[in-house]
Design a binder for this molecule. Sequence first.
Ligand SMILES: [Zn+2]
Length: 263
Amino acid sequence: MADAGDLRDFTQPDELSDLTIIINGTPLHVHKQYLAEWSPVWRRMFLESFTDHDELKEVQLPDKNIDEFTELLHCIYSTQKPISVHNVAFLLELAEEYQMERITKRCEEFLMNQERSIEILVLAQKFHLKNVYKRCVEFAKTRTLEDLETDPETKNLDPQTLLSIYKGKIEMLLDYSNELKQNEDKMSQERDLLKMEKENMKRSLQSIQKLWDTPNKRCYRHMSDNLYDYSCAECNEKMYREVRKLCGEGQHLRRYFPKIPPK
Ligand SMILES: [Zn+2]
């Protein structure tokens, strides 16, 4: 990359320069051939002036900014200064005026590699940089409405661009809401399954509780008694086996539950 010392000083006359551009009294010595190669606007201007038998040697551009115009020259001369955040906006402006598609292309490539912002979206909108535009609308739709409203650049977005952002935002929210709905369905299925397991567990515990009131689960001597005799070793032994059996089933209850097939 060229540093400032390597850059051409256009204010100094050059033996081969054949055109002087004057901006607010400052002469810039340039080469028609070079400018014509980059800009069809300049090319036409030079060709038209040539037929007047009075070759164009000097052009006054009073409405231009000398620094910005010099930057443009640096970008097209062999030193080819890089596009930067400092020059991209006015280079796009000048490139549009002089139909310098290669400069526009370089600016677009530069912007594609910059962090996305509303400021860049405004540039993309103004100079019809389709890829940059698309990329920044994608970015803008992920911002909150507050972020968008407080960004000073938002007021420079035209209604069509704002519409694209809001449309993208709505689509994004719809996707999100569909996702939530799917999660809700899934959780509701899981909840039903747990509820069923709980009911089964409860039923199993209730049947264990009823054992002490079931006469035919006792020993033959106490089968006709109204109340359970806790002092009978034989009854207790029978009861112990029954409880063990039912608890064993309880541990494996989950195995017998029908699974709800996932959607
Ligand atoms: Zn007994």
